[in-house]
Design a protein around this ligand. Structure first.
Ligand code: HEC
Ligand code: HEC
Length: 398
């Protein structure tokens, strides 16, 4: 008898659209109010707005790419959740990495799957000069800004006088190497040009910080939870609600996928065996080395925040072999639109992702204790096919 009553109580709790309190509190942690740069109901500061506008121009311009046919938006397409549903080779190693969506990116602490950038402005500089991406150059970019009076005005209203480009060579780089003519410029001149390049990155950052994920069915549900509106909460699909409970409870997903973006911003080894050329991808391990070597990191000459907490995080970084194969937890807002999945783009739909976590076929054993939770969290969950499907339906409402 008692057993029956218990089962009845549990199922009544599961049927409550407002959720039992413990899960409700956890779910409210996903609330979008906290997303940085949220424009809802706020008026933009005009200075910041002029910087954002310049950033938007840079982001969308093909003219700044080496061949004149690519922009940031080619791969981060606003109509495709600011990604392109593809993977791209990067760097000299030609390792394939999936293009991440940029929705809510301003909320992150580290950028890139391996966190090899510690600021958004520094991140923006690399694709411009990378051969595999835009194959352009800092000097082409600066000339492009100077060539148009509006762009130049936007630049100068934020950063003061634009550098004099007389006597400056066409390009700072020749393929992978530096152009000797650029290196022959006086040190001070090179620094002035590099600083202007970093400022162009700051404009792109101002644009990216406003890329707030669109409102979803789940956001409506969270509002209903926050205000205790059972009627509105009941409009959220029952299967998605059950999937949410799995996400919070037996799936343990929330340990890494938490906060308004569903990302803890940290690095974990999920035991994924990377596909193809990405098998050599060292993830966070290599990312830390690259971050340290980058002259545009927060500790470098072009940083304006070398005393900030963000810079402190970079200063304190320690590389550890257990970081090999760890990647930054991706955010999950809009995830139904951002296939393929994982850093190597190896899973084509959310069903495959969920089955990876549930059954862990084709997974390596993970290094114990690599992340700050110890990756015991990624043992097979052994969900039933129905539970897998509920979890997938929940993810689709984000
Ligand atoms: C050829 C395609 C391509 C182009 C062009 C491109 N990107 Fe990306 N972008 C990628 C890929 C792939 C990654 C993942 C790189 C990694 O983690 O190693 C990425 C990563 C990023 C990230 C990090 C996102 C995160 O969640 O940490 C930002 C921000 C970004 N790109 C902005 C830009 C900007 C700004 C430009 C233009 C200046 C640009 N991208 C041009 C493909 C591209
Ligand atoms: C130990 C931390 C951790 C746990 C627990 C975890 N994840 Fe992840 N998740 C990650 C990391 C790290 C990645 C990126 C892995 C990679 O690309 O190599 C990821 C990737 C994903 C992706 C792909 C997103 C994209 O844009 O490519 C989805 C979807 C996802 N996880 C859902 C879940 C679900 C559902 C659960 C629970 C069943 C879960 N995760 C549990 C850390 C975690």
């Amino acid at each position: 008898m008692t057993g029956l009553i218990l089962i009845a109580t549990i199922s009544a709790l599961l049927e409550d659209p407002l959720l039992p309190e413990r899960w409700r509190e956890m779910a409210l942690g996903f609330s979008r109010d906290k997303v940085v740069g949220s424009t809802e109901g706020t008026k933009a500061d005009p200075q910041q707005e002029s910087l954002r506008l310049l950033g938007e121009m840079i982001f969308h311009s093909n003219e700044i790419s080496g061949e004149g046919e690519r922009s940031c938006a080619t791969c981060h397409d606003p109509d495709k959740a600011f990604q392109d549903r593809q993977s791209h080779p990067r760097g000299a190693q030609g390792i394939a990495r999936d293009t991440p969506s940029l929705w809510g990116v301003g909320e992150q602490r580290w950028f890139g799957w391996d966190g090899r950038w510690d600021s958004l402005w520094a991140q923006a500089l690399e694709p411009i000069e990378a051969k595999q991406e835009m194959d352009s150059d800092r000097l082409l970019l600066l000339r492009w800004i100077a060539a148009d009076s509006e762009r130049k005005k936007l630049y100068e209203s934020n950063f003061g006088k634009f550098p004099d480009m007389a006597g400056v060579p066409e390009r700072a780089r020749k393929g992978e190497d530096w152009n000797p003519e650029f290196l022959r410029l006086p040190q001070k001149k090179q620094q002035e040009l590099n600083r202007a390049f970093s400022n162009a990155g700051r404009a792109v950052e101002a644009f990216e910080r406003r890329l707030v994920p669109p409102r979803s069915a789940f956001d409506e549900y969270l509002e209903a939870l926050a205000s205790g509106d059972a009627e509105k909460a009941a409009q959220y699909p029952v299967d998605a609600r059950r999937g949410l409970i799995i996400f919070l409870d037996q799936g343990r997903c929330v340990f890494c996928h938490n906060g308004p973006l569903f990302s803890d911003g940290e690095f974990h080894d999920t035991g994924l065996i990377s596909a193809g050329s990405s098998a050599r991808d060292s993830g966070r391990y290599g990312g830390i080395m690259e971050l340290r070597a980058n002259p545009f990191n927060l500790l470098g000459d072009y940083s304006e925040d070398s005393q900030s907490t963000a810079a402190d995080r970079t200063r304190r970084l320690k590389r550890d072999s257990r970081m090999w194969g760890a990647f930054r937890t991706p955010g999950l807002r809009g995830v139904s639109q951002t296939a393929p999945y994982f850093h190597d783009g190896s899973r084509i739909d959310l069903g495959e992702v969920v089955r990876f976590y549930s059954r862990r076929q084709n997974a390596r054993p993970v290094h114990q204790g690599a992340g700050h939770h110890g990756e015991r969290l990624v043992e097979p969950l052994g969900l039933t096919p129905t539970e897998e499907s509920l979890l997938e339906q929940f993810l689709k409402t984000l």
